[in-house]
Design a protein. Structure first.
Length: 164
């Protein structure tokens, strides 16, 4: 994992912008019933009407959305998920799929790397990367932490600027 320092909002925006090309699809992954794991779906909800990207709230079964996502003819697919990458709660990381081997994704069955491979079966040139937030807790029945809510607001601003 190459992202060993905390990124500012502007650095997050720059990292996302340099990776984007073509039609952008944002894919929210996670379980809103498990505290901060609801980050992906909550961010998708916050972005509705605020961005030009195609938005998919895939919950805990993103593999069920492969065909609809590919039908959107994306140049870029960005997975939005909560993951333990060893930072403080609410910190945001931007990772290429090759960098995620040391990151823990606990509440969905299909690994993001396998998902990326499945997407690329439909389009080998597809640009795929992840924007993740460090969770405080992913316990069942908890609400989003204040830190992850702040991460959602930060990314809402970032994506609203990049995809107006």
């Amino acid at each position: 994992m190459k992202n060993d320092r905390v990124l500012s909002a502007e650095e997050v925006a720059s990292e996302i912008q340099r990776r984007m090309n073509g039609v952008v699809v944002l894919v929210g992954i996670g379980n809103p019933l498990r505290g901060d794991d609801g980050f992906g779906p909550k961010l998708i909800g916050a972005l509705k009407g605020a961005v030009t990207a195609e938005l998919f709230d895939c919950g805990t079964a993103p593999e069920n959305y492969i065909i609809p996502i590919l039908n959107a003819n994306p140049g870029t697919v960005i997975f939005l998920d909560a993951a333990d990458f060893g930072k403080s709660p609410g910190e945001i990381g931007v990772f290429d799929m090759s960098e995620i081997s040391g990151i823990s994704f606990s509440t969905h069955n299909t690994s993001p790397r396998l998902l990326a491979d499945l997407f690329r079966t439909g389009d080998s040139k597809l640009n795929i990367f992840m924007v993740v937030v460090q969770p405080r807790s992913m316990s069942f029945g908890e609400n989003l932490s204040a830190e992850v809510k702040a991460g959602i607001e930060c990314l809402r601003g970032v994506f609203s600027r990049l995809l107006p």
